[in-house]
Design a protein around this ligand. Sequence first.
Ligand code: Z57
Length: 810
Amino acid sequence: MELTKKEFIAVFKKRLNQKYAIDVSDACNSELYGTLCSLVKSSYSAVWRQTWKDFVKEHDKQTYYFSIEYLPGKLLKSNLLNMGWYDLVNSAFEDLGLDLNAIAAVEPDMALGNGGLGRLASDFMDSLASEGYPVNGNGIRYKYGLFKQRFVNGYQVELPDEWLNSDGGNAWEIRRASKSVLVRIGGHVRLVQEKNYLKPVYEDATLIRAVPYDVGMVGYHNNHVNTLRLWSAEIPESEESKYPTIEDRRQVEDITAVLYPDDSNESGRLLRLKQEYFFVSAGIQSIIRHYKKYGSPIDQISQEVAIHINDTHPAMCVAEFMRILLDEEHLSWDTAWNQTVRVMSYTNHTIMSEALETWTVPMLNEIQPRILQIIAEIDHRFVAALAGKVDGGLIERTRIISAGKVHMAHLAIIGSHSTNGVAKLHTDLLKSDVLHDFYTLYPDRFNNKTNGIAVRRWLQIANPRLAKVIDQSIGSDWRQDASQLLKLIDYSTDNSLLDQLGAVKLANKRDLTYLIKQETGITVSPNAIFDVQIKRLHAYKRQLLNLLRIIKLYLDLKQNPDLEIIPRVFIFGAKAAPSYHYAKSIIKCINETANLINHDATIQDKLKVIFLENYGVSLAEKIIPAADVSEQISTASKEASGTSNMKLMLNGALTVATLDGANVEIKQYVGDDNIFIFGLNKQEVYQYYRDHNYHSLDYYHNNPIIHRVVDTLVDGTIPNISAEGHEIYDSLTYLNDEFFVLRDFEDYLRVQDKVDETYRDQHKWNKMSLINIAKASYFSADETVKRYAETIWHVKQLSEKGDMNVKYPL
Ligand code: Z57
């Protein structure tokens, strides 16, 4: 039954009355928001329940995606779009004199993740539901998400993200107290021989109640709703008396209180390990409980259950799954192990050594002694099985426990049937270098799954102007099947379409200029090139390289104020981990440089530097549609994939890139003429490592431009950075510039000159932009998750996208 606008308006008014005892004319945006969410949620609930019932009835294999981070951002528009309600609600609100954008803005960002890894998990959740796969997420319901970033005197200051206390609250979650499980932490364990198994006897352990909060993941036009299950730690009722003081209670609640704000950097804290075991144990227990209720015999569980380990944080899945099969289901070790390896699969997201998790044996013992025992047994059997068959050095390098440390990546690889990297270059590097030893042991386990993005959120929702222009040329099939965007290639000589692309970009840039004015007080011109670098602040991502070029432009303009350059607005968005001193110094230096340049009258509009505070999903949705240039300038080999590179090209930005991560594949798709490549490649970087022959001081001393630019960090040219400037100066010179910033500087200048030259020819620029939009469709997450489903998890597609008979009853 087709939903009409009239019906919607009537039901909306009624629900507003019921919920808030108010009329539309008197309601504030948060009341309107609450009402709309309530309607949306109650309407997809029946479909959600049915999706679940179908899984159970058909004994369909299900996948559980374990991730310690999810970064969904806001869900209202995405749910409206996927339910097929978006246009109707938008126009109904217009009739009512309401602004859907303003109402949607009430929703707090759900920021239970740091960056790429968490956002990827959320793009996957959207795509998995939209492709009709039975895949559910499992994670942590942090009370505080990623910190809110403020700049005070150019320094980053972190404030708590109290998203649950905001006006929007969390409108989407359902607390399911009846599905709670108990998680045992700490204490001691003894094994007692029973007839057919060893029974663990626990002493002094703490029982924590894990309460699930479920969020519906609504598929696009397909009557399919999956579940994102997030766990919260509470005191079990039976244990209340053990926690007489508020202080005692906090010990428990702290487990799910706050997301660790380190991206790709492990801090080795006990509380983090507790978080990891908590959500792993709760998730695995609830999977097995459900399977036993509805599934087949326990020794065939791998036919109906797949578990995905997103990075090493949930690697204890392997041991926890073994624990239950052994201790509670009394399977033999071999049967249990066989099932475990078939159930588990693992994605590696980084080669940075500081991000490869290890825990000391005493720490694991303190969190869960039985898990340590099981890991030790896995390690022991791994070593025994290889002894005498392969080189002893290889065994030492690949075993799980060595030198008192437990290597979580080793556990994940040994305990699973699939290990994948996230871009071709990254997977090749895993095989040839980082995980080469494992590759020789298990060549068949390694595979690549290049990352992808949700085209719905990053084009349909974030860039409605572009979406409309695309509809007018190739029709709207691309909204269900992103590969249809390739049809745009046929229009690469259609001048009217190219002009429209230019007009869309200008309109989006104009929107962003208002936001910039509002946020920073600075006026920028929409006619300048909008040059965007948005991602976590990390030395390897080289925001510093971008900054040094900005300083160079500034010096050029100071020397010659009449210099003809195409005006540029440099836009940064980046959070630094609170403990990452160097990254915070870079933020300070960018802010001080921005301050200097933006207020220098001689520079006029030729150069502006805008560092927007509190970069996150919602801000990304505003910046990306307005970007002309996408900065993807990491040191080759360091960025596993990158995903902002994909989002920016999808919105028509042209990419300035090193041959790193997925940039390599972007170049292959768009062709050499439609991307700006510069800098060292992976082989050259590794050559320097092998030969130890990079001497950054040579570049500093021998290249006068570099010398002059680097000196501004310490000679007072840029005010208020005496400490930070020296720190960065030293890193580039005496400390030998770990990430080859000076080595790549000249080539970066060269390629940026090419950008300017190209931009002068707007027609050519728009044509390149069109090709990038079309080819970005290769990075649709819908396709990526299909490859996971078909080749790793072996789960069936249960419903097809594009069902025109979407049934969400009001
Ligand atoms: C994170 O965001 C990524 C890797 C990690 O190991 C951690 Br911890 C957090 C990122 C990579 O740096 C990106 O290159 C990649 O695109 C993203 O994960 C998604 O795979």
